[in-house]
Design a protein around this ligand. Structure first.
Ligand SMILES: NC(=O)c1ccc[n+]([C@@H]2O[C@H](COP(=O)([O-])OP(=O)(O)OC[C@H]3O[C@@H](n4cnc5c(N)ncnc54)[C@H](OP(=O)(O)O)[C@@H]3O)[C@@H](O)[C@H]2O)c1
Length: 150
């Protein structure tokens, strides 16, 4: 089962200025849409509340603190061979142990403070860069695909 973390970051490693920020600074939404279409996308309740429109064509699983990440991953694995984790920082942390791949798009902006990619618990492992994917219609942005070597 592939569990793919997908996220846009700032150059200093933040994913949002605060928990309720509506993300307007990212340039990789069309690529995110293409990669996640017809897939299951797991996100935290804060992230879900910031969405301005539904993620059409995706099976969105919104998690709260009551949900058990292991059970969620096991249930998805019964039917699918991959799923995406799409934030925010708390949710990325809660699912950290299951992440097999990381898709990161660093953006040319710095926040100085805010929501980090992982709130607390993170992956302690090496990663290997698999591919740098050009983000269409941007001025040289790339999405970096890493695999986690456990
Ligand atoms: N740049 C990007 O690509 C990107 C991607 C995704 C998200 N984001 C941004 O990330 C931000 C949200 O991140 P986030 O980390 O605040 O939220 P989040 O991970 O989206 O959601 C918070 C999660 O943590 C739980 N939680 C809250 N307080 C908790 C506590 N004290 N103990 C245990 N669990 C707790 C929540 O459960 P309850 O529902 O029970 O409170 C929920 O499951 C938004 O601004 C969003 O736009 C950016």
């Amino acid at each position: 089962m592939k569990v793919k973390l997908i996220c846009a970051t700032t150059t200093d490693g933040y994913i949002a200025r605060h928990s309720t920020e509506i993300t307007t600074w990212t340039k990789d939404l069309p690529l995110f849409k293409q990669q996640t279409m017809n897939k299951t996308v797991i996100m935290g309740s804060n992230t879900y509340n910031t969405l301005e429109s539904e993620l059409r064509g995706r099976n969105v699983v919104v998690v709260t603190r009551k949900d058990n990440p292991k059970t969620i991953i096991q249930d998805i694995a019964k039917k699918e061979s991959e799923c995406f984790i799409a934030g925010g920082g708390r949710t990325n942390s809660r699912f950290a142990a299951y992440i097999t791949d990381v898709y990161l798009t660093p953006h040319p902006i710095l926040f100085g403070k805010g929501i980090r990619l992982f709130y607390d618990k993170t992956i302690k492992a090496k990663t290997k860069l698999v591919k740098a994917i050009p983000v269409p219609k941007t001025d040289g942005l790339f999405q970096y695909h890493f695999i986690v070597i456990k």
